[in-house]
Ligand binder design. Sequence first.
Ligand code: GUN
Ligand code: ZN
Length: 427
Amino acid sequence: MNRSGAFRSRILHVTSTDPLRYEYLEDGVLLVEDGKVVDLGAAEVFGRAGFALGQCLHEPDYLIVPGFIDTHVHSPQLDVIASYGEQLLEWLNKYTFPAEARYADETYAATSAVAFLNSLLEAGTTTALVFATSHHKATDLLFDAANEKNMRLIAGKVLMDQNATPELHDTAKGGIADSEALIRSWHGKGRLGYAITPRFAGTSSVEQLTLAGELHQRYPGTWIQSHISENLDEVRWVSEVHPHVDDYLDAYERYGLVNERSVFAHCIHLTESERRRFADKGAKAAFSPSSNLFIGSGLFDLAQAKEDGIDVALASDVGGGTSLSMLRTIADAYKVCQLKGYSLSAMEALAMVTLGGAEALHLDPFVGNFEKGKEADFIMLDPNATNVMSRRIGFSDSIEDEFFVMMTLGDEKTIAATYVAGEKMSL
Ligand code: GUN
Ligand code: ZN
């Protein structure tokens, strides 16, 4: 296992999200030792200081950027990606729940976990916040596979004790006991973290939501992840399942599930009051444009969320989303924002899938850019990945324009190499 090296290439990373700042080295060197960034600078400066540039892996055409961060994705849903014709609640019942039920089979769960992680790496994603299934063992196997690859992954066993298919139901207490066992096994082990994962308010009883909040209090370093206000029928349905709550956010808030360690996917149809409370509590929104377009859920208003002071990260939400590629996810985000009257800039988009994502997950001390001491998760983007991209980039006159072309036209093909903690992953 080789976790050290010197990489000479074009290098781009975001150094601050607020205000947005980035650094671009036309001919840079990234020096990695023992899986960590030890230095970054212009090749010329390294050369003048006596560094033997000849020892570098030299890729003058590639663009090195930090590994991408996907803040909401479902590992079992590669099996239902690209499923036709339904909106959220029907899509869950018709495609998703039957597919997730297959993860009761441990052999299937083990091979599928490896396939999922390989697919993330192929897309250039090195960190993700992941929903597994409601099975204890399948979740354990996902952690085990991520640990093998030394990936920085946060995941959780899905809590769902009602209103889904009976094969997927846990029980209020049993689901929490399984989650606690997984926290003890995996949270803080290697580069892994645990997220307490009520699927959404409609599929958890009051008892389960209460116990989930109490579990987070006992383990305050864990994360919380769920879904909220994705689809209007869902919002109505949740108010019928939990008639005692004031609104959808309250179904989490009153059980201690909304704080700065919570990540809620979608947040499209939140009311003004919900948005204010969401921002006040410091919860994070996982904007999932590909999924929102594909399932037909609605258009997230990024500019409004920013005005409300809500921290927003980007997410593929596969299998609602149609690609694990964060480049394709950004391309969809750009289009959704255009429809809402806001033009997402290339560098803001890059920030959202690197340092901004890390900040949303409180992982910025470890990943997100090439600050010295951080873990060396990075990817090499190939501007000549396709003829169309290569031709268009030939007319680029700035790194901002070039990355805009990559985020608009790019996908897995653009990822020439993925490194996890300094180690090249086979794709
Ligand atoms: N809401 C509850 N479960 C899910 C899911 O698996 N995918 C999406 N997109 N929304 C959900
Ligand atoms: Zn989701």
